[in-house]
Design a protein around this ligand. Structure first.
Ligand SMILES: NC(=O)c1ccc[n+]([C@@H]2O[C@H](COP(=O)([O-])OP(=O)(O)OC[C@H]3O[C@@H](n4cnc5c(N)ncnc54)[C@H](OP(=O)(O)O)[C@@H]3O)[C@@H](O)[C@H]2O)c1
Length: 278
């Protein structure tokens, strides 16, 4: 099975490349294939003829995106548009990754978002990722969009940042009013593999590790597992003051995926494996 992977130097891409190592992979970074250039995407895909295109390319700097809307839109909306047009022409299946930030986060904290819930992104990043989803739905029939959240893996991520801070500082301030599911790239890549293997129906699926927490509780868990003594102070989103206004409720229901027989481990189990493998 021939698979094209875009954005191949990214954090998720590394796990995807490893998960699909038994397949014939064509891995491209932005210099080899810029997804924002339709002509290049068309030429590349028609020459290499992959059965699947796994799009790991994205503009992911959530705060910076508030000042770089045009660039974020180009990569997160035009990029998926180009890939979906070309995938459709070449009869390839597009596997794409989206985000919990397509939702506004105003839903009651006792409930998780289901795939069709109303979208109301509060950040430029979320707006452009939602546009990307819509482009794919418009331009091709054979697609999987996996909405994920709070990724950690082989790259710059929250867990790594906290481990570094925990070793350097005596105390850290961490937001305690944003609720979601930290997700290990390795487990998300496995979901993609399972979905393709089982040929589940095309469409949008929520795919995060099981269990819900807050950044504050998650930090405490990281420090507990690594025996780090740094004190964790709970602060509100307003006190933390980031440029982008992140959703308070980022909980994604996995029921649709579970109904297809695809299970994903808890975030605690994922964190344990990540810390062991690091
Ligand atoms: N990280 C999270 O917490 C999180 C949460 C929810 C959803 N997601 C989604 O998960 C996916 C993977 O995220 P990630 O954390 O692995 O992202 P990442 O580490 O930032 O990787 C994205 C990759 O895309 C490349 N890229 C940027 N513009 C490109 C272009 N025009 N053409 C081709 N490649 C381009 C980047 O290259 P350069 O580095 O050279 O720019 C980078 O290697 C994304 O769709 C993201 O929106 C991530």
């Amino acid at each position: 099975m021939k698979i094209l992977i875009t954005g191949a130097n990214g954090m998720l891409a590394k796990a995807v490349i490893n998960e699909f190592k038994d397949c014939e992979l064509i891995c491209t970074d932005v210099n080899e294939l810029d997804i924002t250039n339709l002509e290049d995407v068309e030429a590349f895909v028609s020459k290499t003829k992959p059965k699947y295109i796994i799009n790991c390319a994205a503009y992911t700097a959530v705060d910076k995106a508030e000042d770089e809307e045009e660039l974020a839109r180009k990569v997160n909306s035009i990029g998926p548009k180009n890939l979906s047009i070309v995938a459709s022409k070449q009869d390839a299946t597009l596997v794409h990754v989206s985000t919990d930030y397509v939702f506004g986060g105003a839903k009651s904290i006792n409930e998780a978002y289901v795939e069709d819930d109303e979208k109301n992104p509060t950040t430029v990043y979320g707006v452009t990722k939602l546009e990307g989803e819509k482009e794919i739905e418009k331009n091709c029939d054979k697609y999987y969009i996996f909405r994920t959240a709070w990724l950690f893996g082989d790259g710059k991520n929250f867990v790594r940042t906290m481990l570094n801070l925990g070793k350097e500082k005596e105390e850290v301030n961490v937001v305690s009013d944003q609720h979601g599911s930290p997700t290990y790239t390795v487990d998300l890549a496995k979901v993609m593999h399972d979905a393709i293997e089982k040929q589940i129906p095309y469409g949008i699926y929520h795919a995060t590790n099981e269990g819900f927490t807050t950044w504050y509780e998650f930090t405490r868990k990281i420090f507990e597992m690594e025996n780090i003594k740094c004190k964790v102070n709970s602060v509100t989103s307003e006190e933390f003051q980031s440029k982008a206004k992140r959703p308070k409720n980022s909980k994604l229901s996995k029921e649709k995926l579970l109904n297809e027989g695809i299970h994903i481990p808890t975030y605690e189990d994922a964190l344990k494996r990540y810390l062991q493998n690091r």
